[in-house]
Design a protein around this ligand. Structure first.
Ligand SMILES: [Fe+2]
Length: 277
């Protein structure tokens, strides 16, 4: 069994909520995850001070293996020359050397992909063919039954309300590629609201015997929650076992000064395939 703590959209800067951040650190200890995933937007305006604060926060998380990917807010929006010449310099100095990365664990492989594409997208992101190839190579030769997880910032399926939540451009191409790779789960953020989607609900695709569970996280530590998570904070606990994929959404409660589970989604896994339970 593998427990993944999935945080997202920390937004260090003027929208960061320090009290909520402390609760995350306490629960990152008490939940004892095997892996910590953060799906982008560590900062709000990609400023050195914001990255410095984010780095200090990360240093206080339990020393478990982790997968971090940048979000569009981790790239300078207004500092034109920096965006043009070295858009990820501060992210790589403070958060993670690699923009695309692979983590192998006992029962699976987790691939982190940088979906920010600062030269072709301001906000809504892209995944290149080269990145899809990187992902394919990471999964090549994986024994049957191993979990395949992708982490990225931008969302591949719209939120349930479909309001102002158009998926990443070329999401269909990415989902078709991930389906061919038999990816089990995609962990993402960006919309500042948590939900669980399924690839077969959005794109029928060429191969309907395999669906991908898309797990979205809200903003874990900022005041910029959207939709039903307006002014709310969330994270996910994703548990992978030989038979099931379990996703639990946690919301922060001011009253308890802690996050607590608010919903649970269980998907039965059958001989390498995911079927909605
Ligand atoms: Fe964000």
């Amino acid at each position: 069994m593998t427990k993944i703590l999935h945080l997202s959209d920390l937004h260090f800067g003027k929208h960061f909520l320090p009290v909520v951040g402390e609760a995350v650190l306490a629960q990152a200890e008490s939940l004892s995850p095997d892996i910590i995933v953060i799906s982008g937007d560590f900062t709000h305006r990609a400023k050195p001070k914001e990255f410095e604060a984010a780095q200090k926060f990360l240093q206080r998380l339990p020393p478990t293996p982790h997968v971090f990917v940048p979000g569009n807010h981790d790239v300078p929006l207004y500092r034109f020359w920096e965006r043009l010449l070295n858009p990820h310099m501060l992210y790589q100095n403070y958060i993670a050397d690699s923009l695309d990365s692979t983590l192998s664990i006992d029962n699976g492989i987790i691939v982190g992909l940088d979906s920010t594409a600062p030269y072709s997208a301001i906000k809504n992101g892209r995944l290149s063919r080269r990145q899809l190839q990187f992902c394919k190579q990471a999964f090549t030769g994986a024994p049957a039954g191993l979990f395949k997880v992708v982490v990225m910032h931008h969302h591949l399926v719209p939120a349930p309300t479909f309001e102002r939540t158009r998926p990443m451009p070329q999401a269909k191409r990415a989902l078709e590629a991930f389906t061919r790779m038999r990816v089990d789960v995609v962990l993402a953020g960006h919309l500042h609201r948590a939900y669980v989607g399924h690839s077969l609900d959005v794109y029928a695709g060429e191969n309907r015997d395999h669906g991908i569970i898309i797990v979205q996280c809200g903003t874990t530590t900022s005041c910029r929650g959207r939709g039903l998570e307006r002014e709310k904070n969330s994270f996910n606990l994703v548990t992978l076992t030989a038979t099931d994929i379990q996703v639990e959404h946690y919301h922060y409660s001011e009253h308890n000064a802690a996050f607590g589970p608010v919903s649970q989604h269980v998907f039965r896994r059958q001989s390498g395939k995911n079927l909605t339970a």
